[in-house]
Design a protein around this ligand. Structure first.
Ligand SMILES: Cc1cc2nc3c(=O)[nH]c(=O)nc-3n(C[C@H](O)[C@H](O)[C@H](O)COP(=O)(O)OP(=O)(O)OC[C@H]3O[C@@H](n4cnc5c(N)ncnc54)[C@H](O)[C@@H]3O)c2cc1C
Length: 322
């Protein structure tokens, strides 16, 4: 057995729409990309049944099928897809330097460029009834799934800007929206609160939490509890949206890559360049604004093009900015 450490041109971390799109472009540019899928091969879309808003699928497509097709497309051009979790990184700080990556705490890989597409994980309340009905009416993405509840009654949990924005978004599609806020006030900006308070079919319940999501196969209702009085009430709904935040999967990059206060990777201007040369970020891991499959795919394409240009400038000895 050889002790030689494998060295590759382009390593892609993560197998969601961003990672696979980066892989398609990198493979077609002959960067011979190697991808590590992580703990969720196919990414977040494998947790949803219907994707209706990704261009090119006139009848819509279910998430897992779409991700298998993206994998097949990436493999057609020579991407090597490997099951494994990147557990540590030691990025070079110099232009043209080699990045060292550890997979599953054991395998060492050296890469000339790294594309990080590790996504952001939606936070849930953690109630057993909520977990049971994920995909059966419980969703963490109003923009993705709101349309399926057109002219129906839904509820949303959350108190920040995203929750307020998603609540008003749902109020345009659904008949009635009930918003559950745990405290006696919202965290959202005054402007967003104003929008919420001026939406006639959107009702805000303060000091209110989910006690249980009702329904066997699909959501049929919600039992709520007032955390001041202990009073429990039930409403009939068909959809429950959880909007209590996301956690970007960036723990292993802490101390090496620039991040914002919530852990999202910071990229330079309109590019996918991080603060370190040869390290690029695409998809939800660097985008807390849009968080859609198509925007993730778009930045995946950009990351591969940025990586290709970076390698080309190194080979020709031209100066690169990062
Ligand atoms: C329930 C639900 C429904 C949705 N529906 C839609 C929809 O209809 N339309 C739409 O446009 N968007 C939808 N979205 C949003 C969409 O899924 C995301 O915007 C998109 O998947 C982001 O892609 P990504 O490639 O950035 O990351 P992700 O899809 O999150 O993929 C991240 C990848 O990184 C991997 N990873 C993480 N850490 C590591 C590590 N250390 N090493 C190796 N790999 C790692 C994971 O295993 C995963 O493969 C939905 C999201 C959810 C949760």
């Amino acid at each position: 057995m050889s002790d030689t450490i494998e060295r590759i041109k382009c390593l892609i971390i993560g197998s969601g729409p961003a990672g696979y799109t980066a892989a398609i472009y990198a493979a077609r540019a002959d960067l011979k990309p190697v991808m590590y899928t992580g703990m969720e091969p196919g990414g977040q879309l494998t947790t949803t049944t219907e994707v209706d808003n990704f261009p090119g699928y006139p009848e819509g497509i279910d998430g897992p099928t779409m991700m298998v097709q993206l994998q097949q497309q990436a493999e057609r051009f020579g991407t090597e897809v490997r099951i494994g979790m990147v557990t540590a990184v030691e990025f070079s700080k110099i232009v043209g330097g080699i990045h060292k990556v550890t997979v599953d705490n054991t395998t060492q890989i050296e890469a000339e460029t790294v594309i990080i597409s590790t996504g952001a994980t939606a936070k849930y309340l953690g109630l057993p009834s909520e977990q049971k009905l994920r995909g059966g009416g419980v969703s963490a993405c109003a923009v993705c799934d709101g349309f399926f509840y057109k002219n129906q009654d839904v509820a949303i949990v959350g108190a920040g800007d995203t929750a307020a924005e998603e609540a008003t978004y749902l109020s345009n599609i659904c008949s009635n929206v009930t918003m559950l806020v745990r405290k006696d006030h919202m965290r959202a900006s005054k402007a967003m609160q104003h929008r919420v308070n001026n939406t006639s079919n959107l009702k805000v319940l303060y000091n209110t939490e989910v006690d249980e999501v009702l329904g066997d196969q699909v959501v049929e209702g919600l039992r709520m509890v007032n955390n001041q009085t202990g009073d429990k009430t039930e409403i009939e709904i068909t959809g429950l949206f959880i909007a209590i935040g996301h956690k970007p999967n960036t723990d292993i990059f802490k101390g090496q890559l620039d991040m914002d206060e919530t852990g999202y990777l910071i990229t330079e201007g309109k590019s996918t360049r991080t603060n370190l040369p040869g390290v690029f970020a695409s998809g939800d891991v660097q985008d807390k604004e849009y968080r859609q499959a198509v925007t993730a795919a778009g930045t995946g394409c950009m990351a591969a093009l940025d990586a290709e240009r970076y390698l080309a400038t190194i080979e020709t000895g031209e100066e690169v900015s990062a």
